[in-house]
Design a protein around this ligand. Structure first.
Ligand SMILES: [Zn+2]
Length: 270
């Protein structure tokens, strides 16, 4: 959809959002449709493709093996039978060649990005699957548009002001900026951690992969900041506990960590 349509929709949605807030049910409300998530994700993915300085996407033609590996992991998660929007979103994965960034993210609509910095930092495939499961959980839980719904409820006066001023002051016109700056709330992080366990549990992976990543971060003293994945509440230690408890509740099945196979994953990236 074009900007004008998006703006008009935004105004309409803001009013709906205000009503929902007034009704006291805004906490889990999402006034956007699944299709809105897809459109938003598509726009962001295009902006990413157009900005190779900030997002140097690794060439698939040059590194086909790296993409085979990352797709194998992605597909394993998506085929777990637990991803709600498995058939609704496009679910594309790309690698960003940036060794300094310890991160992965997933846009609305399922465009997944994994940094080489994260891939190199990790030691086993369940850890990477765990982090990717977490990011996929944000998209599958539609946390971005949920967050936008909340923000609109809170910013209703600004919206009304912008209608009177006649110009867009929403910030929604630049979804990439809002996404990269976006910090999910505590509930969304907890939910994404739980989704990671839920997705990985039926697969060959040990479902505690995300917790192992947190443990590694805590051990190396990076638990307090740095990557977006971690620089957020709740506390990493509590997240390890919650993930472990979740895994136990599901039956405590010990899955694979695939340390040797993961060494091949690492050697497939430059
Ligand atoms: Zn997160």
């Amino acid at each position: 959809m074009n900007i004008t349509t998006f703006k008009r929709k935004w105004v309409r949605n803001s009013l709906i959002s205000l009503l929902l807030t007034a009704a006291g049910c805004a906490s889990s409300a999402n006034i956007y449709s699944v299709d809105d998530d897809k459109q938003l994700g598509l726009r962001i993915s295009k902006q990413i493709a157009d900005d190779p300085t900030t997002y140097p996407v690794l060439s698939e033609a040059q590194y086909p093996q790296a993409y085979q590996h990352i797709r194998r992991i992605t597909t394993t998660i998506l085929e777990s039978g637990q991803v709600k929007l498995r058939d609704k979103f496009d679910w594309k994965v790309q690698i960003i060649k940036d060794d300094k960034t310890l991160n992965a993210f997933c846009t609305p609509g399922g465009y997944i990005y994994v940094y080489t910095g994260l891939m190199k930092y990790l030691e086993s495939e369940d850890q990477l699957a765990g982090v990717m499961g977490h990011e996929i959980g944000h998209a599958d839980g539609r946390h971005s548009t949920e967050q936008m719904t909340k923000a609109q409820g809170a910013n209703i006066l600004i919206t009304i002001a912008s209608i009177f001023i006649g110009q867009d002051i929403s910030g929604i016109a630049n979804p990439l900026a809002s996404l990269t700056l976006m910090k999910y709330g505590r509930d969304a992080e907890t939910e994404a951690d739980a989704s990671s366990v839920k997705y990985l549990y039926p697969t060959e992976y040990d479902a505690r992969g995300a917790a192992r990543f947190f443990e590694k971060m805590i051990k190396s003293g990076q638990g307090g900041g740095g990557p977006v994945f971690l620089s957020t509440h709740p506390d990493p230690g509590n997240r390890v506990q919650a993930i472990t408890a979740d895994w136990q509740k599901r039956g405590g099945k010990i899955g694979g960590t695939f340390v040797e196979r993961y060494a091949q994953v690492k050697s497939s990236i430059p």
